[in-house]
Design a binder for this molecule. Structure first.
Ligand SMILES: [Zn+2]
Ligand SMILES: [Zn+2]
Length: 159
């Protein structure tokens, strides 16, 4: 169980409020401009900011991920969970402990950890080495031998 007590709630709320209001603003502007908020295609009406269900999932998926990531940064106190050094936010990434490709939960905070770029690179390299090993052992569906350390909405909601 993840405790919220370890993080300063005011910062968490401020950061969360920022991505939330940002999403609301983008959707409103998209409706007014009649452009899909995700792919910028022209919309038939101002009723919704999405041209399709897929674009809705893409956009919302991105925002859920922002929320989960913001939470992980604060919970881990902006400290790399591998080398235990503190960094500024641009130097940090949120990593899936169990990679999505291996069935890890994409948005479960228990599956997220903060890593610095260097530690994240090392983890991704080890992951790819492991994948190559697996591919050699099994009959090898060459498909999917990609790094999934960082989030890509397109992978979640493939077109
Ligand atoms: Zn669209
Ligand atoms: Zn590190």
């Amino acid at each position: 169980m993840v405790s919220l007590r370890s993080t300063r709630p005011s910062r968490l709320i401020r950061d969360s409020a920022r991505w939330f209001s940002e999403g609301t603003r983008l959707k409103r502007e998209a409706r007014l401009a009649r452009r899909c908020v995700a792919c910028h295609a022209t919309l038939e009406s101002r009723r919704t900011p999405y041209c399709s269900r897929l674009c809705q999932w893409r956009f919302q998926g991105g925002y859920f991920w922002d929320a989960a990531r913001t939470y992980a940064f604060h919970r881990d106190r902006f400290t790399c969970q591998a080398c235990h050094r503190r960094y500024r936010r641009p130097q940090l990434e949120v990593d899936h402990i169990v990679e999505i490709a291996r069935g890890g939960a994409p948005l479960d905070p228990a599956n997220l950890q903060t890593l610095c770029h260097r530690c994240h690179r090392e983890k991704t390299r080890a992951f790819l080495r492991g994948r190559r090993g697996e591919a050699g052992a099994s009959s090898g569906t060459a498909h999917g031998a990609r790094a999934v350390g960082t989030f890509d909405v397109a992978e979640w909601f493939p077109a």
